[in-house]
Design a protein around this ligand. Structure first.
Ligand code: CP3
Length: 338
């Protein structure tokens, strides 16, 4: 939390996006015999996934165990995992805004807030819990494409040919996300991250017109309740606009050098990132050299939270992730020394 506020630290803090995921044997063990949605909706199990990953890795923050598209369920979308998320009634050209519900009662996501409370009880006091949600654009993409997508044809077609409907839909999502994140902070999270996992498919003019106003509205309303990490992946050319949308911390992916990315978003923000995730498949000396290079790029200025540039992947060796934690803490104590 000191790094979020750009205060000096003894060593660089870190957590890893997707740290509680499928690469961990502890997760696979507790997930056995349950569908992913059953697992997410069981606060005891979800809390255990968060807590065990945090402990096993020795990272400085816990991440809520939940998922991006689950907030679409109370808006009227049918969600299934096969194994990635699939929406069975996507929002397409010909849909009207009445096909989507307004999230009146955030209590419909009550299982998430129960998980937050359980995790908070099980965490040491000095370990923050990070909540999260998808950004309006990324959630709209799930709702419109119906699953992951390569070219975003349905999303972009709707944006270009029915811009009013796009904005109506995005503002409905933005209102739901705002309530959802504030409720996570009220339940006990210290910080929240917005994942804009897909907005990198857009050019700057489209981002400015179709993404920025909705993202900005969420961040403006959530920030007074707790700090926001605004994470964008896929397109560093959008970073100045991403920073304009707000956030105490800007999450950088690996496609930009950390020092350059920090300059682009402004030194009046903290940054998070940005080790190339696939480096974790390499041997330890490579991991060490690459992690040190990221820390060196951030040296001399408070406000860096170490992370990968995107999530840890299934098949990665948990011992490499644990080694990374030690490397960052050890080398970070030098790069943070006054
Ligand atoms: O440690 C953590 O970060 C746990 C919480 C978490 C999950 N998903 C659990 C999960 C978080 C923060 C997410 C975010 C998420 N979900 C993102 C943003 C991060 C990113 O990659 O940009 C996205 C795009 C999703 C959507 C999603 N959920 C996909 C594409 C998939 C399938 C592929 C995959 O990565 O496993 C999921 C399922 C999912 N979400 C799993 C977990 C642990 C695996 C489900 C299983 O157990 O089979």
């Amino acid at each position: 939390m000191k790094a979020v506020r750009r205060e000096p630290v003894d060593t660089t803090p870190l957590w890893i996006m997707r740290q509680a995921g499928r690469y961990l044997p502890e997760y696979q063990q507790i997930r056995k015999g349950k569908t992913f949605l059953e697992f997410c909706k069981n606060p005891d199990l979800a809390a255990e996934a968060t807590l065990s990953a945090r402990e096993v890795l020795g990272v400085d923050a816990a991440i809520l165990f939940a998922d991006l598209p689950t907030i679409l369920e109370p808006l009227g979308f049918g969600l299934d995992y096969q194994p990635g998320p699939v929406i069975d009634n996507p929002f397409r050209i010909g849909s009207t805004i009445d096909d989507v519900r307004e999230l009146e009662d955030v209590g419909e996501m009550g299982y998430v807030f129960d998980t937050v409370r359980k995790v908070r009880k099980g965490l040491p006091d000095d370990i923050p819990l990070i909540g999260f949600a998808g950004s309006p654009f990324t959630l709209a993409s799930y709702a419109i494409e119906g699953s992951g997508s390569k070219h975003y044809i349905h999303v972009k077609t709707l944006m270009y040919s029915a811009p009013e409907l796009w904005h109506e839909f995005s503002s409905r999502l933005a209102r739901a996300i705002t309530k959802y994140l504030i409720a996570q902070l009220n339940a006990g999270c210290q910080c929240v991250q917005l994942f804009d996992s897909w907005a990198g498919c857009l050019g700057p003019n489209d981002y400015r017109e179709f993404v920025l106003p909705h993202l900005k509205s969420v961040i403006e309303q959530v920030s007074p309740h707790g700090p926001v990490i605004n994470f964008l992946t896929g397109n560093p050319a959008l970073l100045p606009l991403c920073a304009e949308a707000g956030g105490e911390v800007i999450g950088l992916d690996w496609r930009v050098d950390l020092a350059d990315g920090w300059k682009m978003v402004g030194h009046d923000r903290a940054v998070q990132g940005n080790l190339e995730p696939v480096v974790l498949f390499a041997e330890l000396p490579t991991i060490e050299a690459r992690a040190k290079a990221v820390l060196d790029a951030a040296a001399g200025r408070p406000g860096h939270i170490f992370n990968l540039g995107h999530g840890v992947m299934p098949g990665m060796n948990p011992d490499h992730v644990k080694a990374l934690v030690e490397i960052v803490h050890e080398h970070g104590s030098k790069t943070n020394a006054a």
